[in-house]
Design a protein. Sequence first.
Length: 172
Amino acid sequence: MERELLLECQRNDRNAQRKVYEKMAGRLYSVCRRYLKNDEDIEEVLADTFYKIFMKISQLQNPDTFEAWARKITVNECLQKLRANKSLFISLEENKIDAPESNTEDLSLEKDILNLLNFLPEGCRAIFNLFAIEGYPHKEIATMLSISEGTSKSQLNFARKKLQELLVNQNI
């Protein structure tokens, strides 16, 4: 992101904010999509994310880290939304997840896996994203979600097993 554009955002320039939104909305939408299923929730979280970005942009120390900083805000907003749903974690005894119908389109493996994430319960999906995609350690995930490290590890294990089952069922 251009330094001058970010400096203009720090001065509350609406045109600069619009340009930042246009450049970042697609990327941040994709982050939200990995955590949330419902389009209305995604739009709400995205709006909250940009509000927070523009309210706190003066705290950004290094403009070169803007994208990572914005992504972290997005992840935190998604987690806040999931926590508000209060159904974040499943019992590990709940192991029936409906498999998607076979998809005959020629999609990349990455897209297929990201689509399969939608078939995981919210808690498992969130932990899988935080650990496998975002690279957070279990200790930090546990702190972020107010759970134990053991819960984080067991939910990740559950998510991996279910993804493997879904992959086998889809012949991917």
